[in-house]
Design a protein around this ligand. Structure first.
Ligand SMILES: [Zn+2]
Length: 735
């Protein structure tokens, strides 16, 4: 999930950069505007459908100072112990030798070729392949000779979304009646009745998702009450944590300004005058900010004491009655009934979040709540009506009809599952599922052996970690039990009076019905797939159901081909999958057991030993200089750095057991997979990410193990050399 977040964050950061330029009065050239527009489409397609605006962790302040620093130092390469070779304009003229800078050596050709694509925020081998799913699916949609129920339904929807003239002609007229009903509300009781009404097809304040918290039990329901426009499920509260750091505050403000722009454009389109709409959007963004702080941020549990995450999870598991008791003001039972999710044995909700929500849900705030409800309905329907042109005086970026149509299809509420399945059928090589499942199993078995041989870990912890590894569910290219059966979906074609919005509502109800059937049924060990579009470029470990997940969007030709060598497979996708699986027994992952229950698997002494290992790694990263006087914060990225180190070790263990393994080819492909050029303007976004920069992912981890030294003859004095007593290993007899 982390990788995915990073991509969407970056996409939005660039949209915001564009918006800010516009706010500052700059015009920007046409090329920039259209590229920002494309990016909007990519980022807005990522929501659960309840809210479609993504959020970002942009860091404008640092970005600005980065730019200044680079102007002062146009010459000379920066970064050590290796040059920060992905930073645009920071590549050595001569290709470095592998023994001095492994990453820059093998990624060199890519880095040279892509040095000057300065308008593209994410020039990378992975991004180059990111469109393969979309391209494959769009070809199938447009090929009218291709038949099949699901594809035909998808085609109806896509064509309606691509029909710009029809959307323009319809305008807001289909949404307006719902807005009018909100406007007509005069009391909190009436608002409660409206949000629970079956003929009001929106749930502006509650997202409810099928999930599991014990893979041997039944599916439960996660409840997310919110006033947010950002996607709470994916983003968490990272952007809203109370902080004294002015840079973080500014980043949060920039992001809210960007989201507010669309809100104000929508309100204006629905009849408010321009000034009031702007004022209202500011007010709503304040709401967002004040409520967002109750969400758990991605780093919350990294900083908390071991076990806090499990403790919170236990405290937040409730029955429906308990849930209702905690929600005295908001009609939660009625809303869940409307969503078909009132039959679960158990619910999870953040108690503090629900309390904060109820504290605001009072008659005193009625006008704010109505305004919020309108804005959220407008936000949800935005991908299914004509594009907003203007927010106040600011022209909003427009996307092409095809980009708009694809975004409309690529939502969990619409056709994301069908898109993923179509790609699996049409674009993914035949042996991928089997081979990637085998690879995942091989990695799991390797970790079991490594953990078993690890001297610092006690026997009890070992047993529990090994039990956990034994039970990891491997979900490759499809969720457990398969995708939803869409054979019952019947959209209304345009010539029979169907519209994009009316069909969106049919699709959404269809999804709700599919999910409702799962509530209370045996647990699905891939329930996270109900929260994330399987079209995204993503592979992730999920501790709530102890599963490794490789979704179709991730399997591009860069990472998989049926005839790919073992070396290429391990150096590419293998490293990532091994990274992800190691999250199952790291500081966070070890807080849930083999069945996904919130029961820690480490004994206290082993937690201390684990932290000692990762602290040493953090310290090593903290000594790395990206730029003069810009050193890394090792603690901030140590969770991901430790997963990288584990992933590298697992790959090299598998390599060791393989006859005639070609290590050069392995390292070569790893570098090429992570090849990336980062424009200076967004360098700070990457530098502040919780994942190490690509060159460090390769260089730091390879220099911890013998194969690097044996393959390239690395000796003291070479750039890649690290003295044996400085090398850090997490697992196995040498750890
Ligand atoms: Zn990770």
């Amino acid at each position: 999930m982390e990788h995915y977040k990073r991509l969407t964050s970056l996409a939005l950061a660039l949209v915001l950069a564009f918006v800010l330029t516009a706010c500052g009065g700059g015009t920007g050239d046409a090329a920039n505007a259209s590229s920002a527009g494309e990016t909007t489409a990519e980022s807005t397609d990522a929501g659960t459908g309840e809210g479609t605006t993504e959020t970002a962790t942009d860091d404008e302040g640092a970005g600005a100072s980065e730019g200044e620093a680079s102007e002062e130092q146009p010459a000379g390469l920066v970064g050590k112990p290796w040059v920060t070779s992905m930073l645009q304009g920071n590549l050595p003229v001569e290709q470095p030798e592998a023994k001095d800078d492994l990453y820059a050596h093998y990624a060199y050709d890519y880095l040279v070729t892509h040095q000057n694509e300065s308008t593209n925020p994410n020039v990378s081998a992975m991004a180059d392949h990111a469109g393969e799913l979309k391209d494959t699916v769009v070809v199938a949609i447009k090929d009218e000779s291709k038949a099949g129920h699901d594809l035909e339904q998808l085609r109806i929807f896509y064509n309606q979304a691509a029909d710009t003239d029809a959307l323009e002609a319809t305008g807001l007229s289909e949404v307006q009646p719902y807005i009018d009903r909100i406007d007509a509300v005069t009391s909190l009781e009436e608002l409660n009745a409206l949000v629970a009404a079956d003929d009001f097809p929106f749930s502006p304040f509650i997202t409810a998702v099928v999930k599991t918290n014990d893979t041997r039990a039944t599916n439960i329901v996660g409840v997310y009450p919110n006033f947010l426009f950002s996607n709470a499920l994916l983003v968490g509260g990272t952007n809203y944590a109370e902080t004294d750091d002015p840079t973080a505050q500014q980043a949060s403000n920039v992001q809210l300004a960007g989201m507010g722009l669309y809100v104000s454009a929508d309100l204006e389109a629905s009849g408010m005058d321009s000034d009031s709409a702007l004022e209202a959007s500011k007010q709503l963004m304040e709401f967002e900010k004040s409520h967002g702080k109750y969400l758990e941020g991605t780093t919350t549990y990294v900083k908390a004491d071991f076990g806090a995450m499990a403790e919170d999870a236990r405290a937040n598991a409730l029955t429906l009655d308990e849930l209702c008791d905690l929600s005295p003001n908001y009609p939660i039972k009625e809303t869940l009934a409307k969503l078909g999710k009132d039959g679960a044995k158990q619910y999870t909700v953040s108690r503090k979040w629900l309390k904060a929500f109820n504290d605001v849900w009072t008659a005193e705030h009625l006008e704010d709540l109505k305004l919020m409800a309108k804005a959220k309905v407008l936000d949800e329907t935005r991908p299914y009506r004509a594009q907003s042109k203007k927010g106040g005086d600011i022209e909003l970026p427009q996307v092409s009809a095809d980009a708009f149509a694809y975004t409309a299809c690529n939502s969990l509420n619409t056709f994301a599952q069908v898109l993923a399945k179509t790609y699996v059928d049409e674009g993914i090589p035949a042996q991928a599922k089997e081979r990637l499942t085998e690879l995942s199993q091989q990695i799991i078995d390797t970790y079991k052996d490594l953990v078993d041989d690890t001297a610092w870990m006690g026997e009890k912890s070992k047993q529990r970690v090994e039990e956990k590894l034994e039970h990891v569910a491997i979900n490759v290219l499809e969720p457990e039990g398969g995708y939803f059966d869409y054979s019952g979906l019947e959209l209304v074609p345009s010539d029979k009076g169907g519209t994009l919005l009316s069909n969106y509502l049919i699709c959404k109800q269809y999804r709700y019905d599919c999910e409702a059937k799962l509530v209370g049924q045996p647990a699905i060990k891939s329930s996270t797939w109900f929260m994330i579009e399987p079209t995204t470029m993503n592979a992730f470990y999920e501790s709530e159901n102890n599963s490794i997940n490789i979704v179709p969007g991730y399997v591009t030709s860069l990472l998989y081909a049926d005839d790919m060598s073992e070396e290429d497979l391990l150096g590419g996708i293998g490293f990532t999958v091994a990274h992800e699986i190691s999250h199952g027994f790291d500081y966070q992952g070890a807080q849930s057991d083999a069945y996904g229950r919130p029961e820690p698997v480490y004994d206290e002494a082993d937690v201390d030993a684990f932290v000692a290992k990762t602290s040493a790694l953090a310290q090593y990263y903290s000594g790395i200089e990206l730029h003069p006087e810009v050193v890394l914060d090792g603690q901030a990225l140590v969770a991901e750095a430790a997963a990288d180190l584990s992933g590298m070790q697992a790959m090299l263990e598998i390599a060791r057991a393989s006859d005639d393994f070609d290590y050069q080819r392995f390292f070569d492909n790893m570098c090429k997979t992570w090849a990336q050029v980062i424009p200076r303007a967004v360098f700070s976004v990457f530098a502040a990410d919780t994942h190490p920069l690509a060159n460090l992912r390769v260089n730091v981890n390879s220099q911890m193990f013998d194969p690097l030294y044996d393959t390239f003859g690395v000796v003291e004095g070479d750039g890649m050399y690290l003295a044996p007593d400085k090398r850090i290993v997490m697992w196995g007899p040498n750890a």
